[in-house]
Design a binder for this molecule. Sequence first.
Ligand code: ZN
Length: 218
Amino acid sequence: MPALAPPPPGPAPPSADPTESRPQGRRRIAPCTGIAFELKRGERLRVIDPGGRQVSDLLCYPADDVREFLSCGRTFDYEETLLLTTGNFLWSNRSNKLMKIVADTCGRHDFLLTPCSPEMYRILYGLDDHPSCFANLAERLGPYGIEPDAIPGTFNCFMNVQFQPSGKISVETPLSEPGDAVEFEALVDLIVGLTACPSETTNGGSVGPIDFEITRPA
Ligand SMILES: [Zn+2]
């Protein structure tokens, strides 16, 4: 297993129940795990990095047809930026808006790279049986009828991917401080997948938990 980061400061919220489709209140995703749940139109999902320097991969599908999915390419095209933050929309492969970013205290996230997978750990690092965002998402999204091959590139909250004019990219330590958060508003009813990424190289040398909270503005 990857090296664990020191526990985040402050009291820990209750652990997320991976079988719960409508989590209430602030919940904690344990290091190296993931969860899936329903997010209704108008609700807001706040993804919080409680200890700092921890990435969380996010995916969403319209609840009424999970063949439609989050698309980084469509999003870059319509939003005209690679760096998405407050005010930007996240679009689907069918050119529908699925989410809006309504708050962001970190300001640096990635939408270029795919979720870490067992194959990625083997190809890049020679590691077998490493936990991964892809495997966690596949396991949690399966009960909603979403097959592993239907998992596209994820919106990687707090992931710090730098790119050079030459086109070269590199994965750097996240810029998120303890308590930093990014908040999304659902524009349609959604099925959402969310992880606490198990990649030490992505998360500054050790891995920690991710907190999330669903709210409905009055
Ligand atoms: Zn990951």
